[in-house]
Write a protein that binds this ligand. Structure first.
Ligand code: ADP
Ligand code: MG
Length: 274
């Protein structure tokens, strides 16, 4: 079969009418490596809206995690600014939740208490905490496992607990850095379905980093591509498969002509970095 991705034209960005939650303006970041400056990000401007589900694709080392770290407030940009709801975001806080590749649960607390931990830090009253924890444990399908310790759960279940813990603190945006890449293929697909369903239920703004083109096409409403040296965004397009995502199975989607074409197109865009 000949793939005709050169004939494929992706739709243009359509962010009209969306309230902006996070705004990055001319964000740059350099690291000092030995005696050299590495320009990890150059001049990134970006709006993330309410209910956005953005997937960021790009080769290893193109600056995806660096971008996440500056949005989270873990690193100060060398230049430029980040605003959350119009206010400067200069350090980590509960407005911006983060889910990493490893779930990082506290091993001495059971799943329920792990999810409750951030709410305690926010000094939310006990009754309210219980209500919130029950809601999110149910949302991620872990009701039966609430009393277990992390080591008693599978990798996928631990990552679901980590997502519930982040959702519980009600952030404006959740940043996810390759959260499913340590999971086996079947668990990964089940997690992707869970995450799509959680996004549909909560309408949270999700900023999801992956190097897997299929994963981006199966999850995102909007896809960004980054190129390295210096790290920058070269492509920002709506996912043309979103309507199919709402009413087709992943396997039907994967075998559709539109999916195959879009996959080829995105791979071409990523490879253009070399
Ligand atoms: P990605 O997540 O896309 O793989 P990173 O953001 O981790 O990319 O890295 C982007 C660039 O910044 C790479 O060249 C990497 O070597 C460099 N870099 C990342 N973190 C650091 C750090 N803490 N110190 C120095 N250089 C770093
Ligand atoms: Mg990374």
């Amino acid at each position: 079969m000949t793939l005709q991705h050169q004939a494929y034209q992706p739709p243009s960005p359509d962010s009209a009418g969306k309230a902006s939650t996070i705004t990055l303006t001319n964000v740059s970041l350099s690291y000092l490596q030995d005696t050299c400056q590495v320009e990890a990000l150059r001049n990134i401007s970006l709006d993330l809206g309410d209910k956005d589900f953005v997937c960021v694709l790009g080769p290893s080392g193109c600056g995806k995690s660096s971008l996440l770290n500056v949005i989270a407030g873990y690193r100060a940009p060398t230049a430029g600014s980040i605003q959350v709801d119009g206010k400067e975001h200069v350090q980590p806080d509960s407005q911006v939740g983060v889910v990493f590749q490893q779930p990082n649960l506290l091993p001495w607390l059971n799943i329920e208490k792990n999810i409750e931990f951030g709410l305690k830090m926010q000094q939310i009253p006990k009754e309210e905490r219980k209500r919130i924890v029950a809601k999110y444990i149910k949302m991620v399908g872990l009701e039966q496992f609430a009393a277990l310790l992390p080591y008693q759960l599978s990798g996928g279940m631990k990552q679901r607990a980590a997502i519930a813990r982040t959702l519980a603190t009600d952030p404006r945006v959740i940043l996810l850095d390759e959260p499913f890449s340590a999971l086996d293929a079947l668990t990964r697909e089940s997690m992707q379905k869970h995450l799509r369903a959680i996004w549909e239920e909560t309408g949270k703004c999700l900023f999801f980093i992956t190097h897997d083109v299929d994963e981006a096409l199966l999850l995102a409403e909007r896809i960004l591509i980054m190129h390295p040296n210096p790290g920058r965004i070269v492509c920002d397009i709506p996912n043309p498969l979103v309507l199919r995502l709402r009413n087709q199975s992943f396997s039907a989607l994967r075998s559709s002509k539109e999916f195959v074409q879009m996959r080829e197109y995105l791979i071409g865009q990523i490879q253009a970095a070399n």
